[in-house]
Design a protein around this ligand. Sequence first.
Ligand SMILES: Cc1cc2nc3c(=O)[nH]c(=O)nc-3n(C[C@H](O)[C@H](O)[C@H](O)COP(=O)(O)OP(=O)(O)OC[C@H]3O[C@@H](n4cnc5c(N)ncnc54)[C@H](O)[C@@H]3O)c2cc1C
Length: 425
Amino acid sequence: MTTRAPVSLWDVSSAEAESGAAFEVPSDTADVAIVGGGFTGLSTALFAGQAGLSAQVLEAKRIGYGGSGRNVGLVNAGVWHPPAKVRAALGKTYGPRFLKTFGDGPGLVFDLIEKHQIRCEPTKTGTIHAAHAPSGYADLKSRHAEWDRMGAPVELLPRAEVAEKIGTDAFFGGLLDHRAGTINPMGYCRGLARAAEAAGARISTGVLVTKLRRTGEVWQVKTDRGTFTARNVVLGTNAYTDALWPRLSRVFTPISYFQLSTPPLGEEAAHILPGKQGVWDTGPIMFSLRRDAEGRLIIGSMGTVIGTKSAGLSERWARRQLRRLFPRLGPVTFEDAWHGRIAMTPDHLPRVCLLNEGLYTAIGYNGRGITTGTIFGKAIAGLLAGDDPKGLPLPVEELSEVRSAPIMSRLYQAAFTTNQFLKSL
Ligand SMILES: Cc1cc2nc3c(=O)[nH]c(=O)nc-3n(C[C@H](O)[C@H](O)[C@H](O)COP(=O)(O)OP(=O)(O)OC[C@H]3O[C@@H](n4cnc5c(N)ncnc54)[C@H](O)[C@@H]3O)c2cc1C
């Protein structure tokens, strides 16, 4: 454990302690070396350990340092696209399988939390996709009809009902997904690490992987603390991918998401999200709102923190939004402000890539990583244990670059900053 600035509110409020032993260069060849200590890497380690494989996780900073310890904590079912669009993109074999796996995704996460007694403040009261405009409500109606036909427990909320559930009449309706819920994401991440260690995986933090080289049947895994060999390597580096594997940082467009949290609020906020559902909206520049176990309000949107938790553009934006949504709340202060990176793909679907023999990655989660990282970690561990790749929820692809990513990333950042500015007035 190191002393350092927390990466988010969750870093401080998580009831799960940090894990990770001092790194000792493995003397035996590991079945799998896993780069990255987030949901993907740790889920891979947990399921690999349970399958009897020897797994070594290598995290450059510490558990949950990337998106996993910084996110909103919405455990959502499905992906951004409505089911019909997923089916159209993935076809007859993978489309239905993907929808089933990702529809059941929150169940997998909540079952792991239960099984391993992970202390991460789980609420299973659903999440609400809230309509920012009448057009947003029309979209939610059609999503509702699709999921409903598939038998999913989703509920369309007219304006008055969404007002009651969120505590504001600012939204035009909502879609309540009973499969979903919220967690303290750092708590979940640390709990996965604890469970993976109990399953026999070794987890080392503060170890930067600097080079991967295939020699014969194994990989030479070079780190800043020594080199060892592994039969397989899994890259769980996602939006925090560095220069380790050529071109991998170019398969996605990096964008940012920021959040501010209030101190625990008392009676004055009792009317806000009394059922503790997490909220995100249908707006083109997404907005999120949730509460934590201690009654804090956590509000966020796309972009980076500009200024600090107590002064500057983001603080003005957050104060303005809360005043607009909840005029009864009165003035608020903020206890924390942070942001993190999200890996967007052009079609808003994640990727599983075979980069070389025995070298896998799952990447490009488009801001849906709690279920996605858990699902793909489990699936990749299954592959390494001998499962048929044809059983995956997605076909294994080769790496394909998004040439426009650097320019798109800059354009998005400019749009998000403008949005913060306009909505802080
Ligand atoms: C602000 C924000 C809000 C979000 N909200 C939600 C949400 O509400 N719900 C949801 O489902 N998803 C959400 N997401 C997305 C989700 O957090 C990510 O998709 C998920 O955390 C990705 O997990 P991961 O394990 O693949 O990667 P990460 O958690 O990003 O982990 C990658 C790790 O790799 C390490 N690493 C990189 N290179 C090396 C190297 N060379 N050697 C060693 N280690 C290395 C990094 O230090 C990092 O810790 C959000 C993301 C952000 C940023």
